[in-house]
Design a protein around this ligand. Sequence first.
Ligand code: NAD
Length: 495
Amino acid sequence: MPESFQNFIAGAWVDSVSGRTFENRNPARADDLVGLFPRSVPEDVDRAVRSAQRGFDVWRRTPAPARGDVLRKAGDLMTARKDEIARAATREMGKVVAETRGDVQEGIDTAYYAATECRRLFGHTVPSELPDKWAMTYRRPIGVCGMITPFNFPMAIPTWKIFPALACGNAVVFKPAEDVPHTGALFVEILLDAGLPPEVIQLVHGYGEEVGQHLVEHPEVPVISFTGSTETGRRIGEICGRMHKRLSLEMGGKNAQIVLPDADMELALEGVLWGAFGTTGQRCTATSRLLLHEDVQEEFLTELVRRAQALRLGDGLLDGTDVGPLINAAALEKVETYAGVAAAEADVVLGGRRARGPELEGGFFFEPTVAQAVLPGSRLALEEVFGPLLSVITFREFDDAIRINNEVRYGLSSSVYTTDVRVAFRAMSELDTGITYVNAPTIGAEAHLPFGGVKETGNGHREGGWEVYEFYSETKVCYVDYSGRLQRAQIDNYD
Ligand code: NAD
């Protein structure tokens, strides 16, 4: 019998009122059924929101440092269970276990950062323009936050949202991606074991259109934080705009690594291999484009192809695997479609096919693929693939590299390899992305810095670091007049 999992609603582990379930399978081995999860319906969301409102009432009155104690304990529990969670995440998500360990570590870092932030959550005191009057701000929690997360960072991304929201005193309804529900359940288990009052967190499993959208549309959920595709984010943005909700969107990317002729080529090669094929290319920050200076193009590409060919595909739980499977059959088909586009538009010098082999038959494996002679402005140069397909574009002038980098609709991450400090600073200032790496790949965000993108990648907010606390709290301004008389600002003190 497969293991059955439940929602966590109103302080109890429960089935969906629908009585239905969906299967969660290992993308490396389709015959490995991780478990059955509740296929929730709007009524489950409604119950979760009502309960979260009660949880909010308790939690917002809990002193912030006491909230921080719970978050610190959650970090301790995640540390103790790091390997177990990483293995569970790899089993349902596919990436190699060294990466899911990093995913869990990012959650641990976020827990400890949030715990200490609970002793800050600074406001300001500001001089008033009137005598015997004080002016100050403080940060108030907002209410029930709906968290909708993608499959590719099953632990880190939920923690980026949920820890800061809890630190600020909000309650949470969490809808994890349907491909990685088990890691979501483990996270909620940890929060409860850490002492979070049960109604402060609600877990509702299920499909985006069936429950995610209802959560977004729920009038008693004033805050929505979404990470996922730009298409889904746009739909969510339209609803939240109409309903006057606070919304954070983190969406797609089409990130480029630029290599100048003066770069340390070994470093640049390691960077692009990791950036393009790590997480099987399924990172929002994955290196999807390599912008190569034409002077180094031939030599660099030859070596890149040699190294990419040597990457070992397989089950992420096995030692020696470099690249795991794609998340599901739809993702495999999408990457295959883009390999077709590559064959038509460019020159495929490596891969381009589903990966075959006795160990790979039951999984969604695609060969690491490199397409060269990709033209700026072509589909391959502009569209997010979200798989192990690297598009190589050559350039002559650095200005061209900047222009090519900036002509996509996304703006998450960029990277430049150079030893010229002037070029490095020009890149940092000119590249239209939320993050730029110098002499490092397009991936590698750290939990204590803001994370997010510009243009169609985001909507102006950031996750991580200190900035996210602004999103999950409302600034309140208080004036205290102890003059004992009516003082009219701007009127009594100026002619
Ligand atoms: P997705 O948009 O398909 O799904 C993300 C989440 O949204 C899932 O939980 C899904 O169930 C839910 N959802 C789907 N339709 C919905 C709807 N109509 N209403 C409400 N919720 C809905 O994305 P995915 O395939 O899981 O993730 C891949 C995408 O996420 C890529 O585009 C990637 O670039 C992006 N991503 C961005 C970041 C970032 O920080 N910028 C990080 C990771 C992934």
